[in-house]
Design a protein around this ligand. Structure first.
Ligand code: ZN
Ligand code: FE
Length: 245
């Protein structure tokens, strides 16, 4: 099953979040991933004649769950991390590491990727070559460590780095340009980062989104994915938190 067998639509919500619609044409099923607000996703689905039967939630933060209640009221079943059930009152189905979720015949595996939040999960369609990483892996960056530590985020990055290079990465925010400014400073001799930033700056100047990215591109340009040790990731994360680029 190629990635083209899933219809994936990026829906900008709130200030800089991306929510996603994933549609399986064979079954007609559609899932909304991380709807920070409901209406833009309901509209995007309606425009295409799709109806949203499920919501998959990567973590409890309101910018990823704010639309859940309205989606549920509109008939969607809500799936998300069991470890964060107390903070996501809309959950119908609770999942964790090793579980699978389904959209028609497509199966996505659930990865527990803690650090940004304690129960954060990612959804990986291995056959289609697509992964939804929420606020863990970003283009040229990684999520802040609010409920975990650098060792956990480093382990997440190792897992992501082991995926095939052509895996498409769908993350939760348009942070690419600010991440890239830091990446350039973190790896001043990395020509791939410089080249990518020239492209990203041009895309942003045109008002274009820079997501999805790919594992291969991140392996070449993401200092956090490229870190060799948890200590190195910890140092990078601390420097990025203080970075005013
Ligand atoms: Zn978050
Ligand atoms: Fe977020």
């Amino acid at each position: 099953m190629a990635a083209s067998s899933l219809g994936i639509v990026r829906v900008p919500v709130l200030a800089d979040n991306y929510a996603w619609l994933v549609h399986d044409p064979a079954s007609g099923e559609t899932v909304a991933i991380d709807p920070g607000e409901a209406q833009p996703l309901l509209d995007a689905a309606a425009e295409r004649g799709w109806s949203i039967g499920q919501v998959w939630t990567t973590h409890w933060h309101p910018d990823h769950t704010g639309g859940n209640a309205a989606m549920k009221a509109a008939g969607a079943r809500i799936t998300g991390p069991a470890a964060e059930a107390a903070k996501i009152p809309t959950l119908d189905t609770m999942v964790g590491e090793g579980d699978t979720v389904r959209l028609g015949r497509h199966v996505a595996s659930v990865l527990h990727v803690p650090g940004h939040t304690a129960g954060h999960v990612a959804f990986h369609f291995a056959e289609a070559g697509a992964i939804f990483t929420g606020d863990t892996l970003f283009a040229m960056g990684c999520g802040r460590l609010f409920e975990g530590d650098a060792a956990q985020m480093f382990a997440n990055m190792r897992r992501y780095a082991a995926l095939p290079d052509d895996t498409q990465v769908y993350c939760g925010h348009e942070y690419t340009q600010s991440n890239g400014r830091f990446a350039r400073v973190a790896e001043p001799d990395n020509a791939a980062i410089a080249a990518r930033m020239a492209e990203v700056d041009a895309m942003r100047a045109r008002g274009e989104a820079t997501i999805p990215t790919s594992i291969g591109l991140e392996r070449a340009t993401n200092p956090f994915l490229r870190a060799d040790t948890a200590d190195e990731l910890a140092r990078l994360r601390a420097e990025k938190d203080a970075f005013r680029g």
